[in-house]
Design a protein around this ligand. Structure first.
Ligand code: GRF
Length: 204
């Protein structure tokens, strides 16, 4: 059983999907720790209500990024965490954190990367007039949403969409795809070929 930490900054709907689909009997992984860096993050309530050890770890007043990450690593080690899922965690991680969990930090992004990295991805997609968007699950590196892609799901962009309607459609597929990917990842199905990454057992 792999022990997962989820790092979040906001609503935590992806956290909820991970809890609902992984913290079940015979699962290869469970959400064992929830950390948020924003006091008002609803993710904190979701973690507590699920009975999972849940911590607010503010980044303000912690010195530089690496000091903050040192604290995170200590907490994750205390809870014997095997790998990390970012779910709306609005902070870039440095090599200090990533070196502690090499190829073991995942993220969900609301666009078909490498298009529209960074913030406000659904708005970027609407402005570009793309007809398909979706979500990407990728391994995290030091760049902005630039780590190796593991899985993607597409949704249509409709003529009358606004940011809210498109975001909701994307989130709907995020909530299905992220738990599937985490499950395969926890089962050790990650494979590399020619510098690209694949999850055995998953196809678009
Ligand atoms: C998701 O849309 C995810 O793609 C992005 O941040 C959003 C977080 O939403 N990284 P939630 O907090 O999981 O509801």
């Amino acid at each position: 059983m792999k022990r997962i930490a989820v790092l979040a900054s906001g609503n935590g709907s992806n956290l909820q999907a991970l809890i609902d689909q992984l913290n079940v009997p015979n699962s290869p992984a469970e959400i064992s720790l929830v950390v948020a860096n924003v006091a008002s993050a609803h993710a904190l309530t979701r973690g507590r209500e699920a009975g999972i050890p849940t911590f607010f770890v503010p980044h303000e007043g912690r010195g530089d990024r690496q000091n903050y990450e040192k604290l995170l690593i200590q907490l994750l080690q205390e809870y014997a965490i095997d790998f990390v899922c970012l779910a709306g965690f609005m902070r870039l991680l440095t090599h200090r954190f990533l070196d502690a969990y090499p190829l073991r930090v995942l993220n969900v992004h609301p666009a078909l990367l490498p298009s529209f990295p960074g913030t406000h991805a659904p708005l970027q997609a609407l402005k570009a007039g793309v007809k398909l968007s979706g979500c990407t699950i990728h391994l995290v590196n030091e760049g902005v949403d630039s780590g190796p892609i593991l899985a993607q799901a597409a949704v249509p962009v409709l003529e009358n969409d606004d940011v809210d309607s498109l975001s909701a459609r994307i989130q709907n597929v995020e909530h299905q795809l992220y738990p599937q990917v985490v499950r395969l990842f926890a089962e050790g199905r990650l494979r590399t070929k020619d510098n690209l990454f694949f999850l055995d057992g998953w196809s678009p």
